[in-house]
Design a protein around this ligand. Structure first.
Ligand code: ADP
Ligand code: GLC
Length: 473
């Protein structure tokens, strides 16, 4: 049994931009169920303050880091077994949105230092500090180099990479926001090109590095997927491991989900048909049971294979299918997708934006879920779609490869469809195959639904692996 402090830039149920928030909202809960004690610390963004105006204050404190001199406060809340702490500093975090501001380097330099300075002020006394992604990457080095106190020397650091693409690379003068000497730049530890990389610092100074699937752990030590960090990662040797994500199976449960028109289980999927009809009706698609409805819930970026989708949109829509896309992201992709409703009236619809409730209805109401990612550290969406009996069709990369077992018509195994090479033709070939199975072999499709819905997408196994890692270090 260990005491673990999770640190991240986002986490449910407070704020979310992607799968990281799902993980931070569910992994600590799963660990607590297994006997560990967990707390989470997040920046107190505007959305959190606006939604939780009466949160309990723990303490005021002062944070000094290089040129940063700011008063800050700690707030706290509890969800299930997990205690949450929030670092409030309105100059940095009282803004619309979480990231992508001109001063992100300074904001998260502050956050990293503030998390460590917060520790004497809170009752939770961690043994392990579990940091996540670039926003928290500087914590291990600051903790190890700046604090002489014995308490700080005892902390063990785990750093989890959720997406190697976002590295928190800043010009060298971001060093002004730290109390670190230039030595760590000159010796190469935090230097990347001619600047500073928060993620590189996390990788080098953490005692253990993990990433969110075994396959992605193998991929990121290669030049194809390493985002120029492959050498640093390979140097970690067996202190780099992959542990696949799970999902919160209480929140994502077709049997109880309040966002659904009708609930259903793997034993009785009639409710899923009703969900499909109501989704079609809500979105202005032709209401029909017997037409395959393909769904996408995604950030609209090249990582997610959206360019393959645009390339093959015409061919996909030449088949007897309907398409619903929920997402937001690159304006080029958004603008292209905005045309689909007029090109394919009552057959295709694009909801441009972020909508939690609609996402539940899309996961439940569709037949096939498309996720042709160029790379995918783990992927949460395909796990959710399986739980709702919506068959994922994915590219075999990262966590998609680890979680989706391709349909085998001879052995009648599998919980989805997959293709290997990142090519529009390959994707199209497999989409056509899935469509064929859907229309021509209804028994096989029912079996696929059953396999998908009974796939273990919970945290049970993976939380055990994290617990073992905590014990080991
Ligand atoms: P990533 O974190 O790379 O975006 P994941 O598959 O790990 O991809 O997680 C994406 C999460 O964000 C899922 O929970 C998905 O349902 C959710 N999501 C993505 N886009 C939207 C959207 N437009 N509206 C609602 N939820 C979304
Ligand atoms: C990142 C990755 C995604 C992963 C998520 C949670 O956003 O892009 O694949 O599921 O983090 O780990």
């Amino acid at each position: 049994m260990k005491k673990v402090l999770f640190v991240a830039g986002e986490g449910l149920p407070y704020c979310k931009s992607g799968g990281l928030a799902d993980v931070i909202g569910s992994l600590p809960q799963a660990l607590c169920k297994q006997g560990d004690e967990c707390a989470v610390v997040l920046p107190m963004y505007k959305v959190i303050i606006d939604k939780h105006p009466n949160m309990e204050k723990v303490a005021d404190f002062h944070v000094q880091s290089g040129i940063i001199n700011k008063d800050a406060s700690i707030y706290t809340d509890k969800v299930g077994d997990v205690v949450y702490y929030f670092i409030r500093q309105d100059d940095y975090f009282y803004r619309d949105g979480l990231y992508s501001f001109h001063d992100d380097g300074e904001r998260f330099a502050f956050f990293c230092k503030a998390v460590l300075d917060m520790l004497p002020h809170i009752p939770f006394k961690p043994e392990i500090i579990h940091t996540n992604d670039w926003q928290t990457g500087m914590i291990p080095i600051i903790c190890k180099q700046e604090y002489q106190d014995a308490e700080y020397k005892k902390y063990k650091h785990i750093y989890t990479i959720h997406n190697l693409l976002f590295q928190g690379n800043f010009p060298k003068d971001i060093l002004r926001c730290f109390n670190l000497s230039e030595y760590y730049y000159n010796n190469g530890d935090i230097k990347f090109d001619n600047g500073i990389s928060f993620m590189k610092a996390g990788i080098i100074y953490a005692d253990e590095v993990t990433t969110v699937s075994e396959q992605y752990a193998r991929e990121i030590v290669t030049s194809e997927y390493g985002e120029r960090m492959e050498r640093v990662l390979a140097d970690k040797g067996n202190r780099l491991t992959g542990i696949v994500n799970g999902i919160d199976t209480v929140n994502w449960n077709p049997e109880t989900d309040k966002a659904l028109y009708k609930n259903y289980t793997e034993h009785d999927i009639r409710g899923k048909k009703a969900c499909k009809r109501s989704l079609q009706y809500q979105l202005g698609l032709r209401v029909a049971d017997d037409v395959m409805l393909i769904g996408i819930v995604s950030r609209l970026t090249w990582q997610k294979g959206m360019l393959l989708l645009l390339e093959k949109l015409g061919q996909i829509m030449n088949q007897d299918v309907q398409l619903v896309i929920l997402g937001t992201g690159d304006s080029y992709i958004e603008n292209e997708l905005k045309k689909i409703e007029s090109t394919y009236p009552h057959r295709a619809v694009f909801y441009c934006g972020y909508n939690e409730e609609l996402s539940h209805r899309v996961y439940a109401g569709c037949d096939l879920f498309l996720m042709p990612s160029l790379f995918e550290p783990c992927g949460i969406s395909q796990l959710i779609s399986m739980r709702y009996g919506t068959i994922p069709l994915v590219r075999e990369t990262g966590g998609l490869k680890d979680t989706v077992i391709p349909y085998n018509q001879y052995e009648e195994t599998g919980n989805g469809f997959s293709f290997r090479y990142f090519s529009g033709d390959e994707m199209m070939y497999i989409i056509a195959y899935a469509i064929h199975v859907y229309y021509e072999n209804k028994a096989a499709w029912r079996k696929l639904i059953k396999h998908a819905m009974t796939t273990d997408v919970s945290w049970d196994l993976s939380a055990k692996k994290y617990a073992e890692l905590y014990e080991r270090i």
